[in-house]
Write a protein that binds this ligand. Structure first.
Ligand SMILES: CC(C)(COP(=O)(O)OP(=O)(O)OC[C@H]1O[C@@H](n2cnc3c(N)ncnc32)[C@H](O)[C@@H]1OP(=O)(O)O)[C@@H](O)C(=O)NCCC(=O)NCCS
Length: 155
């Protein structure tokens, strides 16, 4: 789908059913994160296959290795189809601070602005700075949203 010759990462739509995904899922679980386990469960159970309007699941490949994952869903915590949600973002520890999280989320943002009026996420505290760096606004007092990007007219 899109390549990045500077860093050697290649982003593609993907299905989380191959050994490269299993390896990344295992790494995330050992680190105490559950987003890729939930991604695999939702896929296997047929609850979330990123098939609704605007939805997509992206993987970032570094050679044969899956280095990062990020999904875009219709936000299940809001009614209607106008809210998008960043889901299941995870970058392998050895690829962090290399611009890959930015490339993944900016790919999701570019797509989300074509389909949704806002893009929500619920981030762990340690990722707040990351989302704010990318232009998300912190949100207070909402159970399911810590950060939001509102797509303005023409932007
Ligand atoms: C959060 C995460 C996706 C960031 O990925 P990454 O590839 O390291 O991020 P990048 O290198 O693209 O960083 C993009 C920008 O955010 C900044 N940044 C990255 N991580 C940050 C952090 N933890 N705190 C503050 N700023 C951060 C970078 O300095 C960079 O700034 P710049 O582009 O202006 O120089 C990654 O650390 C991760 O997968 N963490 C574990 C899982 C997790 O928290 N997922 C989020 C679930 S919502």
């Amino acid at each position: 789908m899109s390549g990045s010759p500077e860093t050697g990462y290649v982003l593609k739509r993907f299905r989380p059913i191959m050994p490269a995904f299993d390896a990344l899922q295992e790494e995330s679980r050992l680190e105490g994160y559950w987003m890729l386990v939930r991604l695999a469960d939702g896929w296997a159970g047929g609850r979330n296959k990123f098939l609704k309007r605007g939805e997509a699941l992206f993987g970032a490949w570094h050679g044969p290795e899956l280095a990062g994952v990020c999904g875009l869903n219709i936000d299940p915590y809001f009614g209607g189809m106008r809210h998008g949600r960043v889901r299941h973002l995870f970058v392998s520890a050895r690829h962090r601070r290399n611009g890959l999280g930015r490339v993944l989320v900016e790919t999701v943002i570019d797509r989300a602005r074509q389909y949704f009026t806002v893009l929500n996420t619920r981030a762990p505290k340690e990722a707040f700075g990351f989302y704010e760096r990318l232009g998300f606004q912190p949100v207070a007092g909402e159970e399911f949203v810590t950060h939001r990007m509102i797509f303005g007219k023409g932007g």
